[in-house]
Design a protein around this ligand. Sequence first.
Ligand code: PEP
Length: 252
Amino acid sequence: MPRPKFIAGNWKMSTNHTAAKELAAAVAKGVGSDSTVQVAVCPPFPWLASVAEVLKGSPVALGGQNCHFETEGAFTGETSPAMLVDAGCRYVIVGHSERRHGMGETDALFNKKAKAALAAKLKVIFCVGELLAEREANATETVLDTQLVAGLAGLTAEQLANVVVAYEPVWAIGTGKVASTQQAQDAHAFIRSKIASLFGEKAASELLIQYGGSVKPDNAAALLHQPDVDGALVGGASLKADQFLAIVAAAK
Ligand code: PEP
């Protein structure tokens, strides 16, 4: 069975309440009832419940950008996976490079978050990717290997069915520098082969692997038609409904 394409928008710390509702409404309107491409948006936490309302009846899914690994308690400023579910989320992004490199979060922490999110019945968009210096040192595969082995440690093949891996070369995120189609395909093929060795061929062949890093309407189609590229995690271009919808259209 061919894998479906999955386009997710990561709004990061952008929008305000009104803009978030308008953006979600425009995305929902553009997608209509067409579910040939899976679509999700990940707004900032304060707007989740309102965006969930806007998305009611739409195939566009809601996701959180982060979560804590505990279910509840004295964790000031944190949000549990169950709270995301309660707010209407079906997805959560775990391991984004802006948390790994910007907030000092580790593979071990991402592993705990992924397990907690899966236990709460969220689907996890698990991000991996190398820094520019690591690519230049020919260490891309070593870095991806470490991030996958540590980040997905202890998961079963059954749990992996609820994981999407997002390959996001850090040097391409928010920089306007996009990976070449060959660089993306090579990294995705490596990730799929690593998943096969960790979880088996079936899990690997069914795994959705998104590319992320300066995906725009003009480069989306070429990336999305690589054999191992199953979608995109979109930052900047997800903040403009017409651009995001053009990327969704390019996935068809
Ligand atoms: C991201 O935030 O995951 C991302 C890929 O951002 P951008 O599309 O802006 O590079």
